[in-house]
Design a protein around this ligand. Structure first.
Ligand SMILES: Cc1cc2nc3c(=O)[nH]c(=O)nc-3n(C[C@H](O)[C@H](O)[C@H](O)COP(=O)(O)OP(=O)(O)OC[C@H]3O[C@@H](n4cnc5c(N)ncnc54)[C@H](O)[C@@H]3O)c2cc1C
Length: 398
């Protein structure tokens, strides 16, 4: 199916926006991406791309580029944060050997998607901050921060957490503070680090770490429950000592990493509802949202970027199918129908994970014992619990 001659405007050059741009351009659409920033860049942090996200990159012809910049993960290990002992291990290398589970730097993912979009003929325009999206007319109207306005036939909002496109479709919906904060930092990685994501769990807190960039860097995300409010942005610096103090009861392995922390960022974790409305057909076009704009998720399942990749594939596929049959409205509706239930399930599962990681007292010992026994007796059963998540391949016919 082709989108030949169809012109599309995408708002936002993050993971979801760049992926859908390449997917649509490969099907023949004329694609323009509008980005508010003055350059396509990412913050210094790591990202995990699980097999369900990797299959999309592969289907977009970016599989080799992904392999070149990522580390293939062997396992996720859940550890008792207080003494460092292994609670259970998920052997990721057995998951889907064809696709793999990847650790990479966010900037490297954005760079490969950006290059992929450009190679497919996508036009990228920077310094295009949109203040408001107006859907009251026959076509979507973008109102820029400069006061300029532009109408567009097919608008795709990949504009992240504070999406003006989502607001135009759904109105403003206030998120709520989860009373959890997260620090992120990159530290030099010890030589010969294993390609393993370690989750160190303690009462009211946990810390996730894995190696990046050929094992030269170690990514750290540390989460603590707290009453005090912290803002949602990603660029608030914090004193590394605050992070060390929060995890001072943890074992020597974690202490060793945190001693090396220099540039540390802190942000508040907020829960946003999944958007009820993801798309609308207009008299002369239509609009859709994807990625964090549609379903922001807490980071406890490492799925936000992979979900954005899944959305990108399904949106391009649904539009190509329906436009070939003459109707944009059907394609937009099919996109939401194919994605909404899975997105809600992943967001719920991520929310529940934080509780399991942060148990305290007798419950904690009991849960750890159960995991240790389960992992020893039936290791493949533990992995099987994630089939619905990692085994899902949106690039294959349903
Ligand atoms: C600590 C942490 C760890 C994570 N780890 C993982 C992980 O391991 N694996 C995983 O899959 N996901 C992970 N995620 C989630 C993932 O990073 C996000 O879900 C993903 O980046 C969302 O991509 P997006 O393209 O939808 O939005 P974004 O990446 O936010 O991109 C939105 C883009 O739109 C632009 N934009 C926004 N508003 C406007 C506007 N008004 N006008 C013009 N441009 C605009 C922005 O500048 C930006 O470039 C993590 C998230 C956090 C916080």
């Amino acid at each position: 199916m082709t989108l030949s001659g169809q012109s599309v405007t995408i708002l936002g050059a993050g993971v979801a926006g760049l992926a859908v741009a390449r997917a649509l351009a490969l099907k023949g659409a004329q694609v323009t991406v509008l980005e508010q920033a003055d350059a396509i860049r990412e913050v210094g942090a790591g990202l995990q791309i699980s097999p369900n996200g990797a299959v999309v990159l592969k289907a977009l012809g970016l599989g080799a580029a992904l392999e070149a910049v990522s580390i293939r993960a062997d396992a996720v290990e859940l550890r008792d944060g207080l003494d460092g002992s292994l609670v259970t291990r998920l052997d990721l290398a057995q998951l889907r050997p064809g696709q793999g589970y990847h650790f990479l730097h966010r900037a490297d993912l954005i760079e490969l998607l950006c290059q992929g979009a450009r190679d497919a003929g996508v036009e990228l325009r920077l310094l295009q901050k949109v203040e408001r999206v107006d859907l009251s007319g026959a076509r979507a109207r973008l109102v820029f921060a400069t006061g300029a306005e532009q109408e567009t036939g097919l608008l795709i909002g990949a504009d992240g957490l504070h999406s003006p496109t989502r607001a135009a479709l759904n109105g403003q919906q206030a998120p709520f503070f989860t009373h959890q904060v997260a620090w992120r930092t990159l530290v030099p990685c010890e030589r010969g680090a294993r390609p393993v994501a370690e989750v160190h769990m303690g009462p009211g807190r946990h810390l996730v770490s894995y190696p990046l960039r050929g094992g030269t860097l170690r990514n750290i995300v540390a989460v603590e429950e707290r009453r005090r409010w912290v803002e949602e942005g990603w660029s608030l610096k914090d004193d590394p000592m605050e992070l060390r103090v929060a995890f001072e009861s943890f074992g020597s392995r974690v202490q060793g990493w945190l001693e090396k922390a220099q540039d540390v960022f802190l942000w508040g974790l907020f829960r946003h509802p999944v958007a009820p409305v993801w798309q609308r057909a207009l008299p002369e076009g239509g609009v859709a949202i994807l990625g964090d704009a549609a379903h922001p998720t807490l980071p406890f399942l490492a799925q936000g970027a992979s979900m954005g990749l899944e959305d990108a594939w399904v949106l391009a596929d649904s539009l190509a199918d329906s436009l070939a049959a003459g109707g944009l409205a059907e394609g937009l509706a099919a996109y939401q129908a194919r994605r909404a239930a899975r997105a809600a399930r992943i967001v719920d599962a991520a929310t529940r994970n934080a509780k399991a990681y942060h148990l305290a007292g007798p419950l904690r010992s009991l849960a750890h014992l159960g995991l240790r026994i389960g992992g020893a007796v039936a290791p493949s059963a533990a992995l099987g619990r994630f089939d619905w998540l990692y085994g899902h391949d949106v690039t294959q016919p349903e």
